[in-house]
Design a protein around this ligand. Structure first.
Ligand SMILES: C[S@@+](CC[C@H](N)C(=O)[O-])C[C@H]1O[C@@H](n2cnc3c(N)ncnc32)[C@H](O)[C@@H]1O
Length: 285
């Protein structure tokens, strides 16, 4: 992460879910949250009935499937949030929230308390942009934490989090930017405040998903040198399952893009290039 600068990858994924694979757009507020030309381009496509179908098709291909991957991931996690709220979870912790707009756009979150956790620069940027939005549907609290370095559990409690009641923790598109120790340390902190019954949904990258050294090199150069956010965290599904289990979480599902597409009713998607990212959901015993 470039010191003191908002996350570039947070903007990219926000853009992707602001385009979407089909209607309705997963994140219709992304255009307001994104900076400069990115936000303007997205608003142009979003707000024009005539431009939208062609613009969407072009962006789906031009993004090499990122639009499809992130949109399907968002829909899968949105469905999970709705399910969690239905079962009574009313504290939602969004770890590495970036430009996540769930507190503003998901009606299910009305009446819940949402804690958005991220690095200060990204939060500052997000907070400035949310001035363009109507009030959030949830009670929204910002908590600034650097995973692996700062005490997430203590910061959450200071911010009003109730460790005596179960919560839903979302960690979407973040673990791949962290060292193994930072992921392990953050899980330990989460486990300290996650009451029994809490749910944790996290995405993670599997090693060498493309099976090609060239693809891996391209990924390293793009994310590390161009975006300044190197992808360094990888887990096999077995390693992730045993890490979660070591912190008291039992896996209830672990799947990827094809499952998310089926659940969203999308029969053909372009997300193959990103198939190395999976979503695991685990319950605190
Ligand atoms: C790819 S973005 C994902 C954002 C959001 N979860 C989403 O899916 O739209 C990664 C996010 O992780 C945050 N992040 C990266 N390293 C972090 C760290 N050490 N501590 C806290 N947040 C971090 C970044 O600031 C960024 O917002």
């Amino acid at each position: 992460m470039r010191e003191g600068r908002p996350s570039i990858t947070a903007a990219l994924v926000s853009f992707a879910r602001g385009v979407g694979v089909h209607e309705p757009i997963p994140d219709p507020l992304a255009g307001e949250l994104l900076p400069g030309p990115l936000g303007l381009a997205l608003r142009r496509v979003r707000d024009s009935e005539a431009l939208r179908p062609l613009g969407r098709t072009l962006l789906r291909y031009a993004s090499l499937g990122l639009v499809d991957h992130v949109s399907l991931r968002t829909l899968a996690i949105d469905a999970l949030v709705e399910e969690g709220v239905r079962e009574g979870l009313d504290q939602i912790v969004i770890l590495g929230a970036g430009l996540d707009a769930r507190a503003y756009r998901l009606p299910a979150l009305a009446g819940t308390k949402v804690y958005e956790v991220d690095l200060p620069a990204t939060q500052r940027f997000k907070r400035a942009r949310t001035k363009r939005l109507p009030a959030p549907l949830a009670e929204l609290v910002y908590v600034s934490v650097d995973f692996g370095r700062e005490a997430l559990d203590e910061r959450l409690i200071e911010a009003g989090f109730d460790a005596g009641r179960p919560a839903l923790f979302l960690w979407e598109g973040v673990t791949m930017y962290l060292s193994h120790d930072a992921v392990d340390g953050t899980l330990e902190r989460i486990a300290r405040v996650a009451a029994p019954g809490s749910l944790l949904a996290t995405t993670y990258s599997i090693p060498n998903p493309l099976g090609s050294p060239v693809g891996e090199l391209a990924k390293k150069v793009l994310f590390g040198l161009v975006f300044g956010e190197p992808m360094i965290g990888e887990f096999t599904p077995e390693a992730m399952r045993s890490l979660l289990s070591a912190h008291g979480f039992s896996v209830v599902r672990d799947d990827g893009g094809d499952t998310w597409a089926r659940e969203a009713g999308v029969d053909r998607h372009l997300a193959k290039l990103f198939q190395g990212e999976r979503l695991v959901v685990a319950r605190r015993a």
